[in-house]
Design a protein around this ligand. Structure first.
Ligand SMILES: [Zn+2]
Length: 429
């Protein structure tokens, strides 16, 4: 067998066509006869939609350091099952990815697994301590070719350091991805500050702590003329600031997570720590504003913030639980379930593949599956309904907030560089 002949697939929702995958590329598209596809494995894709392989700008793979929670290999498998062909791995590992050595280690592990492209994100500051800049240039010039830098988990709160970081990455068109959280305003915070936190007696994380940093950073990005990316935007006020900044021509992009598009702070009512996340789940009106912003394009991309945690770090009292949720295998279904009518398949391809690939500078990704393009694609059954069972996740962790929830649309097959990583909803290896 050599390659795959995909029969009758709807490319980004268009009329059914055939695709021939050979030597890592889409070798042909259209009506393809058996002779042209000699030796290829035939896949009946009747009713399936082909999307460009999804690209995640925000994944925590936990390796090196917390291999009990996730590894590059297990996280890559979860990503492939979710329809991804590339993920950007956050730097808050142990040791922190703040040197060429660590980013190359993560990059190499990704190559060995060979399930998705693992693109390391470098730390902005040494040890994520927020005091001195990390070796940004050395990471950019390393084999991992780092282009995105982030202290995610922590905010680069010192404005002078943030300015220097923006100036530094401008030289090679890098981007600083900010976890926007003014730390003085969120000391001890446990959930969104509002009526629900008051009722539950939990210390609040006010929306202004996010908005103040985004406002400051878009002004710094304008002053420097560098690229800023805002991680996991969670409030209606942040959307207003981003809209203003984009109208002004500031080079800013932004992402939203599936959980911030679906869940609200009411989910905390039973103190179930699976719903504890940073930034926290917000209010119904924030969810509405985030959805509208994604449709409008003020928010550019959906990113998972897949944050696996070991059982003992999550199944404990709310106050002690680590913030974060897994999300690679559910992201596409959440977006389809909440926004397919408004976005259409083209809008979903734009916000989950093309735009994130562009932001991350991943030239092999974000291309619609048409003749001549790299064969990085995923085939989705839009009519499928399935129930989330975290025990069946390929992730090493189980902290999904959607356990027992029925979702629409399922990833059926995923192809990475022309090879199958997922067939019939199951990981090939
Ligand atoms: Zn973060």
């Amino acid at each position: 067998m050599s390659g795959f002949l995909i029969k009758g697939v709807r490319v980004v929702g268009a009329e059914p066509t055939d695709l021939l995958l050979r030597d890592g590329v889409i070798a042909a598209a259209g009506k393809i006869g058996a002779s042209a596809a000699k030796g290829a494995e035939v896949i009946d894709a009747d009713g399936l939609v082909a999307l460009p392989g999804l690209v995640d700008l925000h994944t925590h793979l936990r390796e090196p350091g917390r291999e009990d929670a996730e590894t590059v290999d297990s996280g890559s498998r979860a990503a492939a099952l979710g329809g991804y062909t590339a993920v950007c791995a956050m730097a808050n590992t142990s040791p922190v990815a703040d040197t060429a050595g660590v980013v190359e280690q993560v990059w190499r592990l990704g190559r060995e697994s060979n399930l998705v492209d693992v693109q390391p994100i470098g730390a902005v500051t040494l040890g994520l301590a927020g005091e001195r800049l990390a070796e940004l240039g050395a990471m950019a010039e390393s084999a991992a070719r780092v282009r995105i830098f982030s202290d995610d988990g922590h905010c680069v709160s010192d404005p002078r350091l943030m300015r220097r970081a923006l100036e530094y990455v401008k030289a090679f068109d890098g981007v600083i991805a900010q976890h926007a959280e003014e730390p003085r305003l969120t000391e001890g915070a446990q959930m969104h500050e509002g009526v629900v936190s008051a009722r539950l007696g939990l210390p609040g994380w006010p929306a202004v702590a996010e908005e103040a940093i985004i406002a400051r950073d878009v002004l710094l990005a304008e002053h420097v003329g560098a690229r800023l990316h805002v991680c996991h935007v969670s409030t209606a006020g942040s959307v207003e600031i981003l809209r203003w900044a984009k109208r002004r021509g500031i080079r800013v992009t932004a992402e939203v997570t599936p959980h911030h598009l679906l869940l609200t702070d009411e989910a905390a009512r039973d103190y179930d720590p699976v719903f504890k996340v940073n930034p926290p789940l917000r209010t119904r009106s924030d969810v509405q504003a985030l959805r509208a912003a994604l449709v409008e394009g003020v928010i550019d991309a959906v990113a998972t913030d897949h944050a696996p945690h070991a059982v003992q770090d999550k199944e404990c009292e709310w106050g002690y639980a680590r913030p974060g949720m897994i999300g690679l295998e559910t992201a596409l279904s959440i977006v389809v379930t909440t926004l397919l009518d408004e976005l259409g398949w083209d809008g979903i391809a734009e916000r989950m593949s093309r735009t994130p690939a562009r932001i991350a500078g991943l030239a092999e990704h974000g291309h619609d599956p048409v003749a001549g393009q790299p064969a990085n694609l995923t085939l989705v059954d839009p009519a499928a309904r399935w129930t989330v069972d975290p025990a069946r996740s390929a992730s090493r962790s189980r902290n999904s907030p959607y356990a027992g929830q029925e979702l629409t649309a399922a990833v059926v097959h995923t192809f990475f560089r022309g090879g199958a990583t997922v067939l019939d909803g199951k990981a090939v290896r």
